[in-house]
Structure formats: C-alpha cells, structure tokens
Design a protein around this ligand. Sequence first.
Ligand code: NAP
Ligand code: MG
Length: 399
Amino acid sequence: MDKIKMITPLVEMDGDEMTRVLWDWIKEILIKPFVDLKTEYYDLGLVNRDKTDDKVTVDSAIANKKYGVAVKCATITPNAQRVEEYNLKSMYKSPNGTIRAMLDGTVFRAPILVDGITPYIPTWKKPIVIARHAYGDIYKAVDGLAGAGDAKLVYTDRDGNKTEKTVFDFNSDGIVLAMHNTDKSIESFARACFNYALDMKLPLWFSTKDTISKVYDGRFKEIFSRIYENEYKEKFESANIEYMYTLIDDVVARIVRSEGGIVWACKNYDGDVMSDMVATAYGSLAMMTSVLVSPDGVYEYEAAHGTVTRHYYKYIKGEETSTNPVATIFAWSGALRKRGEMDNLPDLVDFANRLEKATITTIEQGEMTGDLVGLFKKEGVTPKKLTSKEFLQAIAKRI
Ligand code: NAP
Ligand code: MG
C-alpha cells in the first residue's frame, strides 16, 4: 500500500510520563503504517527542558509560528516535588503558558462524543466548545489586605496626570484587588474566537457581566462587537452561523437547555471554571481535546489532560495499563487534518477523518480503556476493558 505523502512537516512537541509512552505507540501503531509522517521534532520532556534551560520550549513555539501547525504531548509543569524528583536546575514555567504567550493564542476545549457514553446532561447531543481568554483579570491581579483607611485606584498617564477613584473607605479590616486587561489581548481573543467558529461552522456565544461591570466587561463587549461588525459579519452570514452576545447568567441557563453545538467564549476566570464543569458533564477528561489558536491562524493541538502520573508509575514497574489515548489520538488527527487542509492534501484530511471514526467505532462496538467501562451503556453491547496497546491495535484494524 502506498503511504500518504505530506508536504510541510508538523511541529511535534513530545512530552512526559504515560502520555510520552502513548505518544510513541500512537505514531507506530496508528499513523506511520498509513502516512509517510513528516515532523520537526522537539523534545519537551522535562529532562530535555532542563538540559536546554527550557530553550527547547521557546524553539518549538517559534517553529509552530513558522510552519503553522503543531501537535503537543502532555508535559509536566514542575513544582517543588518535581524539582527534587528530576534534580532540576530551576522550577521551569508551564510549557503551555510559554507557548500560549508566544502565540498570543486562545485555547478551545471540545469533548469527543461517542454513542454509549451519555453526558450527565442527556440533552447535550453535540459538543460544547469552551473558548477561554488566557490573559489577565484575576490571573494577573494585585491584591492585598486593608485595615481602617482609604483604598484608592490611581492611574497616572505618561505626562504625569493622575486620576483617582476611591475603591472603599474602610472602617475595619478587609481586602482589595485590582486587575487589568489590554485592548490588544481582547482583540486577539475575539479574532481567535470568530476564526474558530467559522472554521468549525458553529455559532459563537460570548458572555460577560457588563450590567454590573459596565466599563471593564463593557469594554470586552464593545471590542467583540466592533470586530464582528467590521471583519466577520458577512462571513458569518454566508456561513449561516450566528454571533450572540449575552450576559453570563443568560448563557448558563441557555447552555443547560441546549443540545450543544456551540462555541462559548468566556473571560479568563469564567473559562477556567466552566471548562471543568463542561468536561465533567461530558463524562471524562480523557475524552477532551484542546487546541490553541492564534489570531493569525497558527494551531497547536493537544489533549486536555495531564501526563497521567499514577499510571506511569505502574507502567515503569512493568504493569500493563489501560490509559485512555483518545484525546491524544485526536490531537494528532486534528493536526494532520489542519496540515492537510493548509497544504491541499485531501488524502491526509481523509486519513484524519478515518482515524477519528475508527477510534469512535472501536468504543461504540464495546472495546475501550478502563476509565470508560463504567460510563458505557449501550443495548446489546457489553463493554470490554483493553490495555492501551490492545485498544490502539483494535483501532488500527478498523482504519
Ligand atoms: P492528569 O495527568 O490529567 O491525571 C489525573 C487523573 O485523571 C489520573 O490519575 C487518572 O485517574 C485520570 N486520567 C487523566 N487522563 C487520563 C487518561 N488519558 N486515561 C485514563 N485516566 C486518565 O492530571 P494530574 O495527575 O493532576 O497531573 C499529572 C501531571 O500532568 C502534572 O505534572 C501536571 O503538571 C501535568 N499536566 C499537564 C498538562 C498539559 O500538558 N496540558 C495538563 C494538566 C496537567 P486515575 O488515576 O484515577 O485512573
Ligand atoms: Mg480550572
């Protein structure tokens, strides 16, 4: 059989622990037998990040910008315990944070749906994609304790002119917080959301609390509205999808009643909280994909879960694990499909579709990893627990 040819390499960002093990198996069992795989390889495993003083992460993000499409394995974000475990020179920042900042990107998280695993909200028939603004607000806030006295917000412009507002005149102990965002970051976020919605042909809902936060959240609302009117309105109309702005309270109520099939754009904190709620409601973090999209159309695909450390410690003791590779498979298929679209390679796009279909069919026909067995209910099908490798082989048979 002739293998499918590629033109431009994918930027391949390898990672850590159990997902690093799955990474190799996915390539060997599911991709290389069918595709003449071209990648530019960056080893973001913690050992190599330490060896290169984390330069490899920066280099991989530069390559991502150059080629346009990357696929990333889950990586360890070191904490004090990891610094000791790996004898690290420094407590490196999260690679995802570094890449996100360099690409000025927005993260979209979408669940993978299979017949037999019903979301906790059974009316959700289609994916709900959460787009989380990944800059500012409480994540870059300044806060502090206050006692009796005046808390003020002071703004000084470049000429030294001051504007002052009293936050609160305290009579007793309390707390204060000040946060910010920038028009530039909000504009990038808006464009990434509009582009993604057009790409997926899904309606876009954006929510804030501008009735209460009139200037701050009001600014988000205005920027989205201006960019929509000037740059996207016609494209949305010809794609026959809607853009809707509404209050977050209203979206929460509408989402629960909806059947899904929506991109929900959230401010940073809302997205942090709501993405965990939506992921849980769809059944499993191991069935959630994630893509980072920059406003100029650079894509980085990954699984939403971590390196599955607990399973890895079993694996290195020689035990077979039943770790779910689905989200990582979909990171590869998403990246290959996007590469195929950009390079005009219909065979590569077709392969990505087949890989996803084979993965879903394998589960729907009752062969799956342990985490899904308890969630799976389908008449006439008894779920069977496979090891990760057996599951990948069961998928390969169906491609
Ligand atoms: P995790 O790796 O997502 O795993 C947490 C638990 O969720 C696992 O122990 C497992 O439960 C279950 N799980 C997650 N993915 C699974 C899969 N594919 N198949 C089966 N079960 C799965 O999160 P964590 O333990 O908090 O973090 C581990 C490391 O990952 C940390 O070093 C963290 O820094 C890193 N991390 C990286 C990313 C990223 O690169 N995007 C994201 C999050 C975390 P059971 O043990 O009960 O089976
Ligand atoms: Mg969260």
